[in-house]
Design a protein around this ligand. Structure first.
Ligand code: HEC
Ligand code: HEC
Length: 175
């Protein structure tokens, strides 16, 4: 027996509403600074989400772009100011994203702000099951800093464990 049309409409309506609600909470409204961040800070590596480091880390990183991990990543003054503001506003200690609070809780107090996400206890702990040996002789992977190699949705902030794919391994948990 077919469902009465009105009931079908209600179900469909609920499904649609749930769908859009989720999409809205998962992606913050796109801003000019967000697009600039993806473009300028995503050209050499994953555009690391601001909520993975505290504001003090971003200030330090952004004030040393001419000597950035062995590269020159210098920007024009306007872009530099806009991106610093964007990163600070959305940093681990300012964001509403739940990962920010986890990063902050993991950081030891009284230490220099970390310059790398991969040095924060939060990232180290969430990756403790990833075997070190998979980085050896795996040029597609390089290091844990290459988030996008294993998290295809990294640039969009999707780190869902079910979508992890490690290059060069079939089943990373068993290899
Ligand atoms: C010219 C290339 C280049 C550009 C542009 C660039 N970076 Fe980088 N960045 C690097 C390199 C190289 C590393 C070191 C990667 C590694 O160790 O594997 C790095 C590392 C980082 C790390 C540390 C990653 C970790 O290990 O946790 C952060 C944070 C970072 N960059 C932020 C930024 C920000 C913010 C911008 C934009 C303002 C930016 N980068 C633009 C080349 C670049
Ligand atoms: C070698 C592959 C690999 C790389 C590179 C990698 N990850 Fe992961 N990541 C994983 C795996 C595997 C898990 C799931 C761990 C588990 O299930 O125990 C994970 C889990 C996570 C989680 C927890 C899942 C969640 O929903 O909160 C976050 C956040 C995360 N990664 C962020 C990052 C960031 C940021 C980077 C880059 C700085 C990165 N990862 C680089 C493999 C990787």
């Amino acid at each position: 027996m077919a469902l009465p049309r009105r009931l079908l409409n209600i179900c469909f309506g609920i499904a649609l509403a749930a769908g859009t609600g989720e999409a809205q909470s998962a992606t913050a409204p796109a801003s000019g600074a967000e697009a600039l961040h993806k473009k300028e800070c995503g050209s050499c590596h994953t555009p690391y989400q601001a909520y993975f480091l505290p504001a003090a880390s971003w200030e330090k990183i952004m004030s040393g772009l001419n000597k950035h991990f062995g590269e020159n990543a210098e920007l024009g003054a306007e872009d530099q100011a806009a991106l610093t503001q964007y990163l600070v506003n959305n940093a681990a200690d300012h964001t509403k994203n739940k990962r920010g609070a986890r990063v902050m809780a993991s950081l030891p107090s009284g230490k220099e702000p970390p310059l790398r996400l991969t040095e924060t206890p939060y990232i180290i702990k969430t990756h403790h099951e990833v075997p070190k040996k998979i980085f050896v002789n795996n040029p597609k992977l390089k290091s844990l800093s290459n988030c996008g190699a294993c998290h295809p949705g990294a640039a969009a902030g999707n780190y869902d464990e079910d979508e992890v794919k490690i290059p060069g391994t079939k089943n990373w948990e068993k290899d």
